[in-house]
Design a protein around this ligand. Structure first.
Ligand code: SAM
Ligand code: SF4
Length: 333
C-alpha cells in the first residue's frame, strides 16, 4: 500500500483509515447489553454535533486518508436530518456504510441507494419474537424482520450482528447459521463485551471457540469451510458447504483483533475515542467550533493509541471492576 504522507498512523505503524461516526446517543430500542432501561441521560442539544459539523469534521478525516466511514449510534436513523446527512456524506470519496437496528429502514431505502451505501449491518439477537423483544425491551421484531427482507430484496449486502449471551440466545446459533443456507446474508456472532452497567460478567460470554463448537456439532466439521478474511476484518469467516451466505465470529473478548486495527471512533458529542476500551477522549467538537486546527488533535489522539484493548492486558475481573467507560450506545458501536 502506498502511504499518503498525511495518513493517520499510530506508534505501532497501524494506518487508521476507517472512521466510525456516532450520529446520536439515543435509540428507539433498549437492548440491555447496550443501553440502560431508562435510556441515556439526556443532555442539551448543544453538546452534540449538528449534521453540518459531522460533515465538516468528516471532510477533515477524508483529507487525512480515511477511506471508509460507518455511521452508527445509538440508532443513526433517528437523527433528525439523517437523510440529508447521508446524502451529503455520500458525496465524499469514501465507502459509506451504516449499522442500524432496522426499525426505520423502510423509510431510507432510496436514500441509501442515492448515498451509494451498498452494505447495511443490522443488529438482531434472536429469531424468536418474544426473546428479541425481551432483549431489546421494545416490540419491533416483525418490523425489523420485514425491513431485513426489504434490504435483501433491494440487493443490499446485509450483515446481521448477533451478540451471543450465555443462557439467552446461544441455542439459536444453529438457526442463525441455517439462515445463511438459502439467503446471501452474512451473520456475525459477537462476543458479549463489558461496558458501563451492562450486566457483563465473564460467565455470560460465549467464546469464539464455543460458538464454533456449537456450529460443528450441528452441521459437522466437514460441512463448514473457512473463507478468506478481508484485511482489517474483525470477524473470522466461514461458509456452510451448501450455503448461499456466510457467517463469522467477532472475538473481541477472547481474541481481539488489535494488531490490524484501523478504526477511529467519533462520538456523537464530537470526541475521538482511539479504541472502544480506551478511557481517554479527545474533544474535537469544541476545537472545531473555535475554528482551531483539528488535524493536530486527530494525529495526537491516534498516536497515543495503546497496543491492545485500550491498554488493558486482558478482560479479567479487575479490568471490568476498574473500567470507567461509556455505555456502548454513547460510544457508537
Ligand atoms: N443501533 C444500531 C444497532 O443496534 O445496530 C447501531 C449501534 S449499536 C451500539 C452497534 C453494535 O454494537 C450492534 O451490533 C450491537 O449489537 C453492538 N453492541 C452493543 N453493545 C454490545 C456489547 N456489550 N457487546 C457486544 N456488542 C455490543
Ligand atoms: Fe439501540 Fe443498537 Fe444499542 Fe440496541 S444495540 S440499544 S438498537 S444502539
Amino acid at each position: 500500500m502506498i502511504k499518503n504522507p498525511l495518513n493517520i498512523i499510530d506508534k505501532f505503524g497501524r494506518v487508521h483509515d476507517y472512521l466510525r461516526i456516532s450520529l446520536t446517543e439515543r435509540c428507539n430500542l433498549r437492548c440491555f447489553y447496550c443501553m440502560p432501561e431508562e435510556g441515556v441521560k439526556l443532555r442539551d442539544k448543544a453538546n452534540f454535533m449538528t449534521s453540518e459539523e459531522v460533515l465538516g469534521i468528516a471532510k477533515t478525516f477524508v483529507r487525512l486518508g480515511v477511506k471508509k466511514i460507518r455511521l452508527t449510534g445509538g440508532e443513526p436513523l433517528i437523527k433528525k436530518d439523517a437523510k440529508h446527512l447521508l446524502l451529503e456524506l455520500g458525496k465524499l470519496p469514501v465507502e459509506l456504510a451504516i449499522t442500524t437496528n432496522a426499525v426505520l429502514v423502510d423509510q431510507f431505502i432510496e436514500t441509501f441507494k442515492e448515498a451509494g451505501i451498498n452494505s447495511v449491518n443490522v443488529s438482531l439477537d434472536s429469531l424468536e419474537e418474544k426473546s428479541f423483544n425481551a432483549i431489546s425491551r421494545r416490540n419491533y421484531f416483525d418490523r425489523i424482520k420485514a425491513n431485513i427482507d426489504l434490504l435483501i430484496k433491494n440487493d443490499f449486502h446485509v450483515k446481521i450482528n448477533v451478540v451471543v449471551i450465555r443462557n439467552l440466545n446461544e441455542h439459536e446459533i444453529p438457526d442463525f447459521i441455517s439462515w445463511t443456507k438459502n439467503e446471501n446474508i452474512h451473520v456475525r456472532f459477537i462476543e458479549f463485551m463489558p461496558f458501563d452497567g451492562n450486566q457483563w460478567n465473564w460467565d455470560k460470554k460465549v467464546s469464539y471457540k464455543e460458538i464454533m463448537q456449537i456450529a460443528k456439532d450441528r452441521f459437522g466439521e466437514k460441512c463448514i469451510f473457512k473463507i478468506e478474511d478481508a484485511k482489517n476484518d474483525t470477524a473470522r469467516n466461514y461458509r456452510l458447504i451448501d450455503g448461499e451466505g456466510t457467517f463469522g465470529v467477532i472475538s473481541s473478548v477472547t481474541n481481539p483483533f488489535c494488531d490490524t486495527c484501523n478504526r477511529i471512533r467519533l462520538t456523537a458529542d464530537g470526541k475521538i475515542k482511539n479504541c472502544l476500551f480506551s478511557q481517554d477522549e479527545t474533544d474535537l467538537l469544541t476545537a472545531y467550533r473555535k475554528e482551531k486546527d483539528i488535524e493536530t488533535l486527530i494525529y495526537a489522539a491516534i498516536r497515543d493509541k495503546k497496543k491492545e484493548r485500550g491498554g488493558a492486558r486482558a478482560f479479567d475481573d479487575g479490568f471490568v471492576e476498574n473500567m470507567k467507560n461509556r455505555s456502548m450506545t454513547t460510544i457508537g458501536g
